[in-house]
Design a protein around this ligand. Structure first.
Ligand code: TGC
Ligand code: FAD
Length: 390
């Protein structure tokens, strides 16, 4: 039999559909993940620590706010490149990709898209350089799927606003210098840049997590926090403000889990070739080959979906429903693959010596955050029927 020329982790040669620049971005971030993330991430997960030393290096590589214009100190890359960044970071760990998603899509993007020119110039260059870290406060303790039912409020007081309320499950919360906080006002939901030292503002880290352990997750509390009007994002009102940010972040999340799934398939394949049971490697059994083949099939579908989504985004034609379909499909794909890979590893798969269980546990968050799987299914259902079933 002739040697196969196919890349087992890219069976349809999606790589050949990338531009030279996109391929270079992928290679650069892949190297960063191989050299800087993979050697330490198991221990970070075990200890429940986010590797903050990596922030300056990520900034140096242009990974923070990568799609925003160069005039704000950002890399000005296209959407496909941003997707590839997410994919390669999440091949390392969902927590590292989460950090980049929140900084780029949920904090820098709203300042760019909804902020004043002064706000852009004040915050974006330092955020691109990793000197100012952001978090995004939308979810509240009483239920994240329905953000329209927002209780955090901001009331005008002369030239200032007074914010009261609480946000829950906030990535980067205790790391952040600023929080993009969404609050109900008399004119509808508005976004505010809350600075960490503003009196009455507190972040409290959430412990006992079994998922995204190499990521900081916090509650945010606002007790009569006085915020100047200059910190309000002036160019958006209503739920479409935060939902517009989510569309950016969810787009990146369609790519990220492809990386986690590739890491799991690769690990399970190698393991199965050396694990000898009943006088043959388990890779030589039909049951294991079926599992591996099914993983490759689903990864290939996800790769094609995200690439086409990225091309639509770069052409300015991407619709939120398309993002929902891909977020649902690709996260489910990766979660199933991580669990199946864990099984192929047998008992060894229950330790963090291998990546499968770490990815599986992380993906339990990814399938919940940025809209649960059910929310995205209902978005697609609404598109098909015209009926809102939430
Ligand atoms: P609905 O009436 O559908 O929409 C209200 C307004 O928003 C517009 N819109 C969108 N705009 C941009 N992107 C989208 N995806 C949009 N979806 C809706 C819509 O056109 C409308 O605009 P207008 O001008 O007519 O006012 O709103 P609804 O209340 O029916 O809610 C729909 C629903 C359930 C889909 C929405 O509430 C939802 O997506 N819920 C899930 C919430 C969620 O995803 N939260 C995520 C929090 S952040 C996070 O998890 C970060 S984790 C990050 C990490 O660590 O990586
Ligand atoms: P709920 O909304 O209470 O949902 C509970 C269950 O009900 C789910 O299974 C859901 O699918 C289901 N459900 C909801 N509506 C319906 C319906 N109509 N029909 C049928 N079933 C339904 N949020 C931020 O704002 N910023 C962040 O940075 C952030 N980071 C996060 C990091 C982590 C690790 C996690 C776990 C969450 C993070 N979140 C963040 C919050 C996340 O977005 C929410 O957890 C998510 O939106 C779901 O909200 P909830 O947890 O309140 O669940």
């Amino acid at each position: 039999m002739a040697a196969s020329t196919l890349n087992p982790y890219d069976l349809y040669d999606v790589r050949s559909m990338l531009t030279e620049e996109e391929a270079m971005v992928q290679d650069t971030v892949a190297r960063f993940t191989d050299e800087r993330v993979l050697p330490i991430i198991g221990e970070c997960f075990d200890k429940g620590v986010f590797p903050r030393d990596l922030i300056p290096e990520m900034a140096e590589l242009g990974l923070l706010g990568s799609s925003l214009p160069t005039e704000y100190g950002c890399a000005g890359m296209n959407a496909v490149s941003y997707g590839l960044i997410c994919q390669e970071l999440e091949r390392g760990d969902s927590g590292i990709r989460s950090f980049a998603s929140v900084q780029s899509s949920l904090c820098m993007y709203p300042i760019y898209a909804y902020g004043s020119e002064e706000q852009r110039r004040r915050w974006l260059p330092d955020m691109a350089a990793g000197k100012v870290i952001g978090c995004f406060g939308l979810t509240e303790p009483h239920g994240g799927s329905d953000p329209a039912n927002m209780k955090t409020n901001a009331k005008r007081d002369g030239g200032d606003w007074i914010i009261n309320g609480a946000k829950m499950w906030i990535t980067n919360g205790n790391l952040a210098h600023i929080a993009i906080v969404w609050a109900q006002t008399e004119e509808g939901i508005q976004g505010f840049i809350v600075e960490k030292d503003m009196p009455g503002f507190a972040a409290q880290e959430i412990h006992k997590k079994m998922s995204l352990r190499a990521s900081v997750t916090s509650g945010l509390f606002f007790d009569n926090v006085r915020v100047p009007d200059a910190n309000r994002l002036p160019n958006v009102k209503g739920l479409k403000g935060p939902l517009g940010c989510l569309t950016q972040a969810r787009y990146g999340i369609t790519w990220g889990p492809i990386g986690a799934a590739i890491a799991c398939l690769s690990e399970a394949t190698e393991y199965s070739k050396t694990r000898v049971l009943f006088n043959r490697p388990i890779a030589a059994t039909q049951a294991v080959q079926l599992k591996l083949a099914d993983m490759a099939r689903r990864i290939t579908q996800a790769q094609l979906l995200s690439l086409q989504l990225g091309r639509l985004k770069d052409a300015g034609r991407m619709q939120p429903t398309q993002v929902s379909l891909a977020k649902w499909n690709n996260v489910r794909m990766a979660l199933d693959i991580a669990r199946e890979s864990r099984d192929i590893l047998g008992g060894a798969g229950i330790t963090t010596e291998y990546g499968a269980i770490r990815h599986a546990l992380n993906l339990e968050s990814v399938i919940t955050y940025e809209g649960t799987e059910t929310v995205h299914q209902l978005v697609v259902g609404r598109e098909l029927t015209g009926i809102n079933a939430f």
